[in-house]
Design a protein around this ligand. Structure first.
Ligand SMILES: Cc1cc2nc3c(=O)[nH]c(=O)nc-3n(C[C@H](O)[C@H](O)[C@H](O)COP(=O)(O)OP(=O)(O)OC[C@H]3O[C@@H](n4cnc5c(N)ncnc54)[C@H](O)[C@@H]3O)c2cc1C
Length: 408
């Protein structure tokens, strides 16, 4: 395991530190829920600057709008940009998940047409996999694509939790094209125009006031056959390409709340004196310090593998499982320590308290997104520990015969 940058990596880190210090916006105290439209416009302006400077999509080939750099340089960029307040989360799903799927499955002409616009954030993309009855078990999805006379496909059904659909020009969508074969073999993947008739996007209001994701309804939406990604019936392996890249995208440094907690311990005055003198606080500090150190070391191990050309394994699942839960536990603990004032913005705690308030409202979602805690545990159990697979009652049965409801 290597904790240090090579000379080349250190030079790249210094170069982007310098560029970010001039071009990126410094972190500000939490400003509460802001107007989504203006945050989105600012994100697009910021990303255009990133693209023009040659720092967009580091690992993509230059002819598709990328930087032609290594995975480790992409990780260094995400570590450094995380110190600033730039809202480029709108483009992560397109560039992190959909882009690599196009790279693997689209024609050369499509790649040259679509990828540079995705890299510069001129076009925003979303990922339309989850449905009301198919989240963890995404292969159980029911949105139908039916082809008329070997040409266009018509799409009918509903997706849910689609991040950023309200801002998207395109989406990558997984549909059921054959309900008479097993659930994994009857799926096909397409990309779709999100601004056409027959696509209705309804934002979902979250408990923190934001509108991160949407319900999306398809009512005879049309997709040309040339927009199919992979073979008819080959949607599951195409989806695994997207999901593997999602794991890569979330495998960077996950915020787990520890540095904010440390700052709280060192600076807060509680009713009985300084927080750092409180035995309960000290006990939690030791516990979370150990977890944070473990996560950092696991992350360094993963970065070492990446820098040697490998891809992240189950470490990404481990990081998400431990880090997301820790983030939520820390926010709960701190707000309880502050007491009733935690519900409002107490002057002494104002800036740090706002962070914990935000974490308490959004961290439950992070424990679900990209695979829930339980799904992460299943992955670790089966793929790392080699434990037996859990029983799969629907294995090998045609989708239309799975006894969980109607198949149409
Ligand atoms: C912030 C956020 C952003 C998202 N963005 C997108 C997006 O852009 N595109 C998209 O397609 N989806 C997106 N999702 C959806 C996400 O992928 C699903 O929420 C997730 O896969 C879980 O599915 P579900 O919500 O249907 O829960 P379910 O799968 O219904 O799970 C319900 C409960 O059952 C448990 N469970 C399920 N299966 C098992 C099992 N085999 N063993 C043990 N326990 C199990 C789960 O852990 C959970 O507690 C997003 C979700 C969030 C929270």
């Amino acid at each position: 395991m290597d904790f240090n940058d090579t000379a080349e990596q250190a030079a790249f880190r210094a170069e982007i530190r310098e560029w970010l210090s001039v071009n990126a916006t410094a972190r500000q105290p939490n400003q509460g829920v802001q107007d989504l439209g203006s945050v989105f416009r600012r994100a697009k302006e910021w990303y255009k600057k990133v693209y023009d400077a040659g720092y967009a999509c580091h690992t993509w080939p230059k002819e598709y709008g990328g930087g032609g750099r290594s995975q480790i340089e992409a990780v260094i960029w995400s570590q450094e940009v995380a110190n600033y307040a730039e809202p480029d989360g709108y483009f992560v799903i397109g560039q992190g998940n959909c882009g690599p799927a196009l790279m693997a499955l689209a024609t050369e002409e499509e790649k040259r047409r679509l990828l540079p616009r995705m890299a510069s954030a001129e076009d925003v993309w979303c990922q339309l996999f989850s449905e009301p009855g198919a989240g963890s078990d995404v292969a159980g999805l029911r949105t139908r694509a039916v082809q008329a006379d070997d040409s266009d496909w018509r799409i009918n059904g509903q997706k849910i939790w689609t991040s950023g659909a309200q801002f998207s020009q395109y989406g990558v969508i997984l549909c059921r094209t054959d309900p008479d074969v097993s659930k994994y073999r009857g799926l096909t993947m397409f990309y779709i125009d999100m601004e056409q008739a027959g696509v209705e996007v309804r934002p979902i209001v979250q408990m923190d006031g934001g509108q991160h994701f949407n319900e999306v309804y398809f009512n005879d939406a049309v997709v040309p056959d040339s927009w199919r990604l992979g073979e008819v019936g080959g949607g599951w392996s195409a989806a695994l390409t997207v999901l593997m890249n999602e794991r890569m995208a979330i495998s960077g440094v996950q915020p787990n709340g520890f540095s904010e907690f440390l700052q709280f311990c060192l600076s807060a005055e509680l009713a009985d004196g300084p927080a750092i003198d409180d035995p309960v606080v000290r006990d939690r500090l030791a516990d979370w310090y150990c977890k944070d150190a473990g996560l950092r070391n696991a992350n360094s191990r993963m970065l070492t593998a990446i820098s040697q050309g490998g891809i992240p394994g189950a470490e990404a699942s481990l990081g998400k499982l431990v880090g997301a839960a820790m983030n939520q536990e820390i926010a709960n603990f701190v707000l309880q320590e502050i007491g009733p004032e935690a519900a409002v913005c107490d002057e002494q705690f104002a800036a740090m308290q706002a962070n914990f308030q935000k974490a308490i409202l959004f961290s439950p979602g992070i424990r679900l997104a990209g695979g829930t805690d339980e799904v992460m545990r299943n992955i670790i159990a089966e793929q790392v520990l080699g434990l037996p697979q859990e029983p799969r009652a629907d294995k090998g049965i045609p989708f239309c015969d799975i006894p969980t409801g109607s198949s149409s």
